[in-house]
Design a protein. Structure first.
Length: 434
């Protein structure tokens, strides 16, 4: 991923030096297990650990690979340069390249998931704080982009909190599903390596043994992992789109924080654009772009092929690095979002009471008017508000068919904003707990 959208902690997971360090640890732990089983001399296993503090030379490994055309062999050759050919002769005993590659990929994904979970905790904390801050800040709810009925800004934040909380649970499950390792040898039969080696290596590296592998760990696990990242990205976009709509000039119910010295346009000095949330919409597309290739990696030939390999070299870093950046950007946007309660009230009153139409409709039906006639009466007066800029309550009070069923006091009562917020506490208790 390009540095512009990358944070060091996540990038480090995917650096070649990190990868080779994990390869080394897998091989070293496997040697320990082989020695404990009496398959290789203990002295040879101990010799492998002499490279524990070695910084593997990435350029040297690349140089060897240019000749061998095989990355794992190039690494093993470089390892032998550090510990000596005789001591290295039992390294990789009974193993195949995928034992190293697949177990390493899963370790990297687990580490990436741990960072993403911390990121999500920051987003959740920001959403919760802003939800309680604006629990009773009334704004108009919209359906199809059109004024519907009153809601609160706190409920908007709470809605995104609940969605992101579900996503966190999904990521916990996806992390568990991908936290497997395989040291099962060619075609996964353990013919040349004892299953206890796999158990030892996995225990040392915080994984569980893959119940049945072929020559690779089954890719349905990875498909679920990347699909989960795609869902999280979509939720980020969901939140970003709401903020972008709220920042439109004719709405301006909220806007991204505009820092001192910030410029919105090279041509128009007055501009204050929602650039961060627009960026989040784009980043969400990049993460979702990785989902379909991960799904297509599930179907491999027989016990293995490497059609998945080139895909994962790209989507592993790209999806996790991008999502890590996006989650932190979203958290910052929410933490610093500027809210305009007065504009929310102004927007809600733009059509002079129109948003209370359902309350009047229901009151008429409860007063004995048929639903069809009730709808006709309310819509007739509502259209005057849309088309003539009339006041909805005034029109209702002047309509003899309406006042024949409802007294002026009953009509007046239907315009109480508090009616629409009376269950906010109930919803908050459901989302955040008592």
């Amino acid at each position: 991923m390009i540095p512009r959208y990358a944070r060091k902690e996540m990038v480090d997971i995917w650096e070649p030096a990190t990868k080779f360090k994990i390869w080394y640890e897998i091989e070293a732990h496997a040697c320990d297990a082989q020695a404990a089983l009496g398959v290789i001399p203990k002295a040879n296993a101990e010799a492998v650990w002499r490279a524990k503090d070695v910084e593997f030379d990435v350029a040297r490994i690349d140089e060897i690979e240019a000749v061998t055309k095989h990355d794992v062999i190039a690494f093993l050759t470089h390892l032998a340069e550090h510990i000596g050919a005789d001591d290295a002769r039992f390294v990789h005993q009974g193993m195949t390249s995928s034992d190293v590659l697949d177990t390493t990929l899963n370790i990297q994904l687990v580490r990436a998931a741990d960072i993403l979970l911390k990121d999500m905790d920051r987003v959740l904390a920001a959403l919760k704080k802003r939800a309680f801050e604006h629990k009773d800040t009334v704004r108009i709810g919209r359906s199809h982009g059109i004024h519907a009925e009153p809601t609160t800004m706190g409920l908007t934040f709470a809605r995104f909190y609940a969605e992101m909380d579900r996503n966190r649970a999904r990521l916990v499950n996806a992390r568990a599903e991908v936290a497997t390792g395989a040291i099962s040898g060619a075609v996964g039969t353990f013919a040349n390596i004892d299953p206890r080696v796999e158990e030892h290596v996995c225990a040392e590296l915080g994984l569980i043994p893959e119940p049945i592998s072929t020559q690779v760990i089954p890719r349905d696990r990875h498909a679920m992992f990347f699909a989960t990242l795609g869902v999280i990205a979509s939720s980020i976009e969901n939140c970003a789109i709401e903020i972008r709509h709220m920042q439109r000039t004719e709405v301006l119910e909220a806007e991204e924080f505009f820092s001192k010295g910030q410029k919105g346009s090279s041509a128009m000095p007055h501009k204050r654009n929602p650039v961060l949330t627009e960026n989040l919409t784009g980043l969400a597309r990049l993460v979702r772009m990785c989902v379909v290739p991960a799904m297509e990696n599930v179907a491999l030939w027989h016990e293995r092929d490497i059609s998945h390999s080139s895909v994962e070299r790209g989507i592993g870093p790209d999806a996790t690095i991008t999502l890590d950046f996006a989650l932190n950007r979203l958290a910052g946007v929410i933490e610093n979002l500027v809210i305009y309660p007065d504009n929310m009230l102004k927007n809600m009153n733009k059509f002079k009471g129109l948003v209370m139409s359902q309350r009047v409709l229901l009151a008429l039906t409860q007063a004995g008017v048929s639903r069809e006639d009730s709808y006709r009466l309310v819509q007739r007066n509502a259209m005057k508000v849309w088309e003539q800029g009339a006041d909805f309550k005034t029109e209702l009070l002047a309509d003899p068919e309406v006042t024949a069923a409802l007294s002026p006091a009953e009509i007046e009562e239907k315009f109480d904003l508090g009616y629409h917020t009376k269950h906010v506490d109930t919803i908050f208790a459901r989302v955040f707990g008592a």
